[in-house]
Design a protein around this ligand. Sequence first.
Ligand SMILES: Nc1nc2c(c(=O)[nH]1)N[C@H]1C(S)=C(S)[C@@H](COP(=O)(O)O)O[C@H]1N2
Ligand SMILES: [Mo]
Length: 205
Amino acid sequence: MEQPEPAGEDARLPPGQYVPRGHPVIHYGRVPTFRPASWRLQVMGATASGEPHSFTWPQFSELPRTSVIADFHCVTKFSIMGNEWCGVSAATLMELVPPAPEVRHVMIWAEYGYSANVRMSDFAHDHTLFALELDEKPIAPERGFPVRAVVPHLYAWKSVKWVRAVEYLVEDRRGFWEERGYHNVADPWREQRYSYQEEPGEGPP
Ligand SMILES: Nc1nc2c(c(=O)[nH]1)N[C@H]1C(S)=C(S)[C@@H](COP(=O)(O)O)O[C@H]1N2
Ligand SMILES: [Mo]
């Protein structure tokens, strides 16, 4: 009898991607210095209460954590397979600071103004998380320490390193790369790389 193929790395690789030797680290700008006393993670924008909420480092680092094993895919075509992320799920964050019912999008903000927008349906996905650990160690500074967003089913520019704020949006807005010609949705399985590929309704008006 025919056995189904196990989901090996080839089956897990979206179109046009390859697994490189070693581990590329890429980001725009320099690695920020973590200052635990002044660090805050803000949840703002269209919250249900109408008020923003800030977590201090002791508060955020004590929230319940979950683990996710996921591959990640850079739009420049390399993929890093089998990362084990551990952190606070987006669902937990939304329970603690609920969005207003009309929220449809989220902007994730980093140090220095880097940002990425995701649809609420992608944010609310059960494997979207705010990771504090990678492969059972605190995330390395250049990979996003202390907190990195992980949205593994979208191209990796949506997985924002050095997260400082989550902004609930009623109307969609483009983030850093989305403003510079990259696709608003960014599904690697559909090769949604560039904004010129966007169909009506996939980007802000
Ligand atoms: N804050 C911030 N996060 C970022 C970026 C960035 O420039 N700034 N680059 C993104 C891009 S394009 C990629 S491919 C991944 C790279 O992650 P890595 O360095 O852990 O491989 O980080 C993403 N997160
Ligand atoms: Mo990337």
